[in-house]
Design a protein around this ligand. Structure first.
Ligand code: PDD
Length: 282
């Protein structure tokens, strides 16, 4: 909203400038996080920070703050913007240097973070969405939350043009995840989802939902599904920081169940919502 961190300075957004030779801008050479804010509270911030450092580390980008300092900076940003419900976007790039592909010797990482007001998608929780199947054309390190998002952008655009809200990606016949979410099927009360390896981003929402499933006594099988298996599921849903637990009621021309969110998805939605409420009250 009004403020932005640019390295160590919290400034007005309209004062911020980006150097055209920032490697984030030229190569997508950086990583990012999106953190949900409920009632002014950062949801699962420790997990997001851990993943931010892990992603940076995998690309050998050094974040010049301790995790505690970064946490405090983001907290101060939310306070400065008086954000109630919305999210924080933060990223770090390898820095500014004359353009050449290999790592520059003397670049210092560039950190930016700002907030955005965003409401919880209540209508989507209730009625679910339609999704489009799309070939997963991304690289083989989808576990890194990198700024390179063209595979996701093209998939989401195809979904958008087909009047769908999400693209479900598949590598050949294997379903991996959504263009910006994790995807699950439920059959006979068991939840199926792709294992957290290099082919998907291990969503923070995914980790919370798997915890919810365990607490509710719902079995989770972390095994890749084929496209045919997905289409034959009793229920399908997807998760992300913004979507939380959202039902998918149609995939291409296949209506899932009768086009209505099912009871197991509802149970996980309730359990997830309870975690959100807990985070607000503690
Ligand atoms: N996207 N998989 C991909 C490819 C994603 O981009 C995301 C999140 C997820 C879910 O992760 P999480 O539950 O931690 O939000 C899975 C973010 C929200 C985005 O790019 O806007």
């Amino acid at each position: 909203m009004t403020h932005i961190w640019v390295n160590n300075r919290l400034m007005n957004r309209n004062e911020a400038t980006i150097d055209p030779e920032d490697r984030g801008y030229q190569f997508g050479d950086g990583v990012y996080e999106v953190v949900k804010v409920y009632d002014g509270n950062l949801f699962e911030m420790t997990a997001h920070i851990d993943r931010f450092y892990r992603s940076a580390d995998e690309l050998r980008i050094v974040i010049p703050y301790t995790k505690d300092v970064l946490h405090k900076m983001v907290y101060d940003l939310v306070e400065a913007d008086q954000l109630e419900t919305g999210h924080v976007y933060m990223q770090i790039t390898r820095g500014v240097a004359e353009r050449q592909h290999y790592f520059p010797e003397n670049a210092t990482a560039v950190f930016t973070a700002y907030t955005q007001v965003s409401e919880r998608p209540i209508e989507q929780f209730e009625n679910g969405i339609s999704a489009l199947l799309y070939e997963d054309i991304r690289w083989l390190r989808c576990d890194i939350k990198s700024l390179n998002l063209l595979g996701a952008v093209l998939a989401k655009q195809a979904a958008h043009e087909a009047n769908c809200d999400e693209a479900i990606l598949h590598r050949g016949n294997i379903v991996t995840e959504g263009s910006s979410s994790n995807v699950y099927g439920i059959k006979d009360g068991k939840v199926y989802t792709h294992p957290a390896n290099n082919l998907i981003l291990n969503g923070i929402t995914r980790q919370v939902v798997l915890r919810c499933a365990e607490e509710e006594g719902i079995e989770v099988i972390e095994e890749a599904m084929t496209v045919e298996a997905l289409l034959a599921m009793d229920e399908v849903f997807f998760t992300s920081t913004g979507a939380e637990v959202s039902p998918i009621v149609k995939i291409n021309d296949t209506v899932i169940q009768n086009g209505k969110p099912g009871p197991w998805t509802r149970k996980l939605q309730q359990a997830f919502n309870a975690k959100v409420q807990q985070s607000i009250t503690i």
